[in-house]
Ligand binder design. Structure first.
Ligand code: AMP
Length: 400
């Protein structure tokens, strides 16, 4: 079984192509797009179809509206897409209604039509075959380029593929890149392979930690989750984030790392504060000195130096989760320092997860990374070793 690339589809002038994109971009309170990376990431596939003079229909969800809700309209996306593509984008007023159908019927080769937010229709999240059939009427060919939703069995990702045979469905360039870097990385990493896992909780990354441990040579654990591990080692961590119910699980991971010969690194010092706030006083302490009423909110200087040493000889780096509360500048320095060290490394550098991507952008080292995944939840599920419904649905039999 394999997944076809859009390049293997026999598309030509006048053919209709339905592309499932991931335009789920953050908006501010005035409806302005605050980060258009996901739209930029979709351009290559759209341009390919324009160059092939296809009639192009784009579909995406945005946020989590329950039915029609003007605040979640894709109109701002249509505008930004127009600017980035330097090409007209026709906006439908609905998803599978009269307006979308009429605009599709009038669509000419190389024209682009964007449907309204897929989640205005309840059939999308219900993976409803009837709704999926209506969507499939917008394309002789189906292309999935929305890695960020490929872990969801939704109509535009899963059910719709049932209406296409092996010669009419494929992955777009972005999805192919995600598969190449994340799937294949886990199967055949160039060694030594280092995983840097951070973020708030052990609970949200437990599956990934367990799946990655036998595959890596080294693992750095930072962020809030490090404290559950320190607790498992018998340390006092003050008021730092600890998931008591997972202390046993953390102990097992430490033992397993030992048994497998994986070098596991934990922070050795912290930036601590009495509360998570911009104006909180801070202290710099070793892991033995966290005051009872204070919490660790970033890794300290000694930890970043230690982690830099760990980076020295590795050939592959996978990073998911920040080292501290990077949204607040005074707790962002550890993560940003580490981002700069990772940037300097000659290894293949893969960044997974929305928060880590924002952190890399904040550090200004996006261009130094080999690949930054666009899907938070989806990339985490891949790291957990799960099969993603949207990717499975694209699989076709190998040809003789
Ligand atoms: P995740 O979504 O699990 O990758 O976690 C990302 C979040 O973890 C970010 O919003 C950080 O602010 C938070 N975080 C990182 N380090 C800590 C920490 N030491 N204490 C509390 N929250 C943290």
């Amino acid at each position: 079984m394999h997944i076809k690339s859009i390049k293997e589809l026999d598309i030509g002038p006048g053919d209709s192509v339905f592309i499932r994109c991931d335009f789920n971009v953050p908006l501010d309170e005035y409806g302005n797009i605050t980060d258009d990376r996901r739209i930029r990431a979709a351009l290559q596939t759209i341009r390919y179809c324009i160059d092939n003079e296809c009639r192009i229909v784009l579909a995406s969800h945005l946020g989590r509206p329950k039915g029609y809700d003007e605040r979640y309209s894709l109109k701002p996306v249509a505008k930004r897409l127009h600017t980035l593509l330097k090409h007209d984008v026709i906006m439908a007023k609905d998803v599978v209604g009269e307006d979308a159908k009429a605009k599709f019927a009038a669509l000419k080769p190389a024209e682009v039509l964007l449907l309204e937010n897929l989640r205005f229709e309840p059939g999308e999240t219900a993976n409803d075959p009837e709704f999926a059939k209506k969507l499939s009427e917008f394309g002789q060919f189906y292309v999935n380029d929305a890695f960020g939703v490929s872990h969801r069995a939704h109509a535009s990702v899963e059910a719709i593929t049932r209406y296409y045979d092996k010669d009419h469905k494929a992955a777009g360039f972005l999805l192919l890149k995600e598969i190449k870097y994340l799937y294949k990385l886990l199967e055949h990493p160039t060694r030594p392979f280092l995983a840097i896992i951070g973020g708030s909780k052990v609970s949200s990354k437990l599956g990934a930690l367990i799946n990655l441990l036998p595959k890596v040579d080294k693992m750095i654990i930072g962020g809030g989750m490090a404290f559950t591990f320190l607790k498992a080692m018998g340390e006092e961590v003050g008021k730092s984030l600890v998931e008591e119910e997972l202390v046993g699980e953390a102990k097992k991971i430490l033992d397993e790392a030992n048994r497998l010969g994986v070098k596991l690194y934990l922070p050795v010092d912290f930036v601590v504060a009495p509360e998570i706030s911009e104006d909180a006083p801070v202290k710099f302490v070793t892991y033995k000195e966290i005051p009872k009423e204070w919490m660790g909110l970033d890794i300290g200087l000694a930890s970043t130096r230690l982690f830099r040493e760990a980076l020295n000889d590795v050939q592959t780096i996978l990073w998911n989760g920040p080292m501290g509360v990077f949204e607040i500048d005074k707790f962002a320095r550890g993560s940003i320092k580490l981002a700069n060290y990772v940037a300097e490394s000659y290894a293949t550098k893969i960044i997974g997860g929305g928060d880590t991507a924002s952190l890399i952008a904040k550090a200004g080292v996006d261009d130094e990374m080999t690949f930054i995944s666009t899907g938070g939840g989806a990339s985490l599920e891949l790291l957990e070793g799960k099969e993603l419904p949207g990717i499975k649905a694209l699989m076709v039999e190998d040809e003789e």
